[in-house]
Design a protein. Structure first.
Lengths: 161, 222
């Protein structure tokens, strides 16, 4: 159990930012993102204590996906993007680059208007730098399907922006 | 916005990070319950072997102590086991223990084991003390049965040449029970036959024949 704690601690350190970000972009609320991200790691730890996880990354993202879906199912999909997120800097340590800040805010707002599938592939590939093969494992799709979805997602984002 | 600008803008969203204090607190809360040190946590597979070995050793010691006599090294283990069962059982168990002490004395007499004799007598007297305390909690019929069994066993042990002496504590306890029962009977309305038996109960009590007094009390109460 001591080794498992050590291993899980490393997993946590490696993925906490990424999972939080993944969830935050989908839910647009820091508080909800914290709650869901906590739950993701809690479930992971409970599972890990009794089992082995071959691919922690895929496990965590899949769990995060499922919990966001549950969240929307429970709360009802609300696509509110409040003005503060569009205009003001991110409250959680987002570096503001003067020449890009408005573009980033616009992109962030636009992403939330996309479907879950599109959001996921964009976040996983361009923000989290996950390869197509890994995204395929997380989403349960073929690599070919992921490539097609990615292409369509970028196109949809351009239309929103 | 070109696709290139879009992708560049998406990458900027990497700057979204959670609060550092939330990250630390969440990790601490997740793992805090697992931080207790235990032998089993370090050697998870050994705990089953350890538990099994402990059980075998424990059972082995108690099995070996079953024949230990007063004065032997393992006698304390046997006595502990008896005391444990004593607390959890009914009052009549004290008679069983006193009976076992008399059995020990019989074994000692047959083996002519002088080394264990005095410790065994001491242990018997201690068990008699417990018997005396338990008598008040039992009904008259049970008291009579157990006292009689003990008395018969004592006679047979003494016939092997061991002098045990009078069980004064049991005698005193029987005296108290007889007086208690007499006090109860005297305020009741008795038949003429029972009134005559009551007179005889008092005669037995005054003569120190407490077992006989209790037998007559049982007759009245039938």
């Amino acid at each position: 159990m001591v080794n498992k704690r050590k291993d899980f601690s490393k997993i946590y350190d490696e993925y906490i930012d990424r999972i939080y970000r993944f969830v935050y972009i989908k839910v647009s609320s820091p508080q909800i993102a914290e709650d869901i991200a906590s739950e993701v790691f809690s479930r992971c730890w409970e599972y890990y204590k009794a089992n082995t996880i071959d691919n922690p990354q895929a496990f965590l993202y899949q769990t995060a996906r499922n919990l966001v879906v549950d969240h929307y199912r429970e709360k009802g999909r609300t696509n509110i993007v409040s003005a503060e997120y569009a205009v003001l800097p991110d409250p959680y340590d987002m570096k503001e680059k003067a020449h890009n800040s408005s573009d980033i805010a616009i992109i962030k707002q636009a992403i939330t208007k996309l479907s879950d599938d599109y959001q996921e592939v964009l976040v996983c590939h361009y923000i989290e730098d996950l390869p197509i093969s890994e995204i395929a494992k997380i989403t349960g799709k073929t690599e070919g399907a992921v490539r097609v979805t990615l292409h369509r997602a970028i196109k949809a984002l351009r239309e929103e922006v | 916005m070109t696709e290139k600008d879009l992708i560049s803008g998406l990458k900027e969203l990497k700057e979204i990070k959670p609060r550092k204090e939330w990250v630390s607190l969440t990790k601490h809360n997740l793992l805090k319950q697992e931080s207790k040190f235990s032998f089993a946590s370090i050697f998870p597979y050994y705990r089953y072997a350890l538990a099994g070995a402990s059980l075998i050793i424990f059972v082995g010691i108690f099995t070996l102590s079953n024949d230990a006599l007063p004065g032997d090294i393992l006698y304390s283990v046997r006595k502990t086991a008896e005391m444990i069962s004593l607390r959890n059982s009914q009052a009549s168990l004290v008679f069983d223990i006193a009976d076992r002490r008399l059995n020990d004395l019989a074994v000692i007499a047959k083996k002519d084991n002088k080394k264990n004799l005095q410790p065994a007598i001491n242990e018997y007297q201690a068990s008699v003390s417990e018997v005396a305390k338990s008598l008040a909690r039992q009904d008259v019929k049970k008291v009579l049965e157990n006292v009689k069994k003990l008395e018969d066993k004592k006679i047979s042990v003494e016939s092997l040449g061991i002098v045990i002496g009078e069980d004064k504590e049991i005698t005193n306890a029987l005296s108290e029970i007889v007086n208690r029962e007499l006090a109860d009977l005297e305020i009741r309305t008795l038949t003429e036959d029972n009134q005559l038996i009551l007179i005889k109960v008092k005669e037995d009590r005054d003569a120190g024949r407490f077992s006989e007094a209790l037998e007559k009390i049982l007759q009245i109460e039938k």
